[in-house]
Design a protein around this ligand. Structure first.
Ligand code: FRU
Length: 324
């Protein structure tokens, strides 16, 4: 029916410019298009905490039905999240955590488990003896901190594994001391980077130095598609990646459940898995299949929409004829 009730969902994205984020936005758009009643609006804070607060304020003013937030900072955002809740608007948090429990639901994979999976894989392929460079993302965020904690929990059990820590900048480039480390130590065996983008950039630097065959790279995210971690594993750029799903489609489905008054768990865990050359093909085939199925459903929705349009013009015509 044309007058079916619309559901408005506001999504506040934090970091706008990398493929993990654009793929999250895309997943939300695709999932929304499968539900014709959903009206999704995405605001991008472009790494500016103040902009993210203003974006959420706007969603509150506009009285959207649900707000989904992928937080940039965990603290500065707390008051506006609590304000939304106080105004009766449900809030779903995805990926990074916030320092309040005053939200409706959280959605994301367990980053401690992500770190442990990377650690366990490294232990198993190195047999417990290796020199490793760990390249951090932002340690002030929950994923950054937890990915390092999980990794450490495993690695500390193996005294034969030595870890050197390096930072990266906001755009996924290892800081210059990475190059110094590669130059000064000739026996680096592995790089564990906090996402595939950092891992890829670290690989490129190593390749320029002719070290890409000597060092094995492990990343996180495991996106499907041409510049995603799964492809890098297939291309042997990465030894492995740990899947960190964006949760885009799940967030929309969760939002719909909440609007429909269903009771949802407060903590919604997404699954993670280690992807290496053994399962990279299977993983990308599965993701491709899902994308094809979604495209099919989208097409069917469009056909239904067109039929509804035709029906409503026909019935208007009929009404007109009767009234004559
Ligand atoms: C993208 C990203 C991902 C990572 C997530 C953690 O902006 O850095 O690579 O998994 O954010 O917040």
């Amino acid at each position: 029916e044309a007058d079916r009730k619309k559901i408005s969902i506001g999504f506040s994205q934090s970091v706008g410019d990398d493929i993990w984020r654009t793929s999250m936005n895309h997943a939300m758009e695709v999932e929304s298009s499968l539900h014709p009643e959903v009206n999704l609006r995405i605001y991008n804070a472009n790494r500016q905490p103040k902009k993210q607060i203003r974006d959420i304020e706007k969603f509150i003013e506009d009285k959207v039905d649900v707000i989904i937030v992928s937080p940039f900072e965990s603290d500065s955002i707390v008051p506006v999240i609590e304000k939304a809740k106080a105004k009766g608007i449900p809030v779903i948090i995805v990926d990074r955590k916030v320092n309040t429990s005053n939200y409706t639901a959280y959605l994301g994979a367990d980053n401690i488990e992500v770190g442990r999976l990377a650690g366990k894989h490294l232990v198993s392929i190195s047999k417990g003896y290796a020199n490793v460079i760990q390249i951090y993302g932002d340690l002030n965020t929950s994923p950054g901190l937890e990915r390092s904690l999980g990794f450490k929990q495993i690695i500390k059990q193996y005294p034969g594994i030595k870890v050197f820590d390096i930072d990266s900048d906001d755009f996924g480039h290892p800081k210059t001391n990475y190059i110094k480390l590669l130059d000064s130590l000739s026996n680096i065996d592995y790089v564990y980077a906090f996402n595939d983008l950092i891992a890829y950039n670290a690989w490129k630097i190593a390749k320029d130095k002719g070290l890409d065959k000597k060092i094995k790279f492990i990343g996180v995210d495991g996106l499907n598609g041409p510049f995603g971690g799964i492809q890098y594993v297939k291309d042997k750029i990465l030894e492995a990646t740990v899947l960190y799903p964006t949760g885009g489609s799940e967030a929309i489905r969760l939002a719909l459940k909440i609007v429909n008054q269903e009771i949802v768990p407060k903590n919604n865990k997404l699954n993670t898995i280690l992807i290496d050359s053994l399962n990279a093909d299977i993983m990308s085939n599965q993701f491709d299949k899902i994308a094809i199925q979604q495209a099919d459903i989208e097409q069917q929705q469009n056909i239904i929409k067109n039929q509804e349009k035709k029906y409503s013009t026909q019935s208007n015509l009929l009404k007109l004829l009767i009234s004559l």
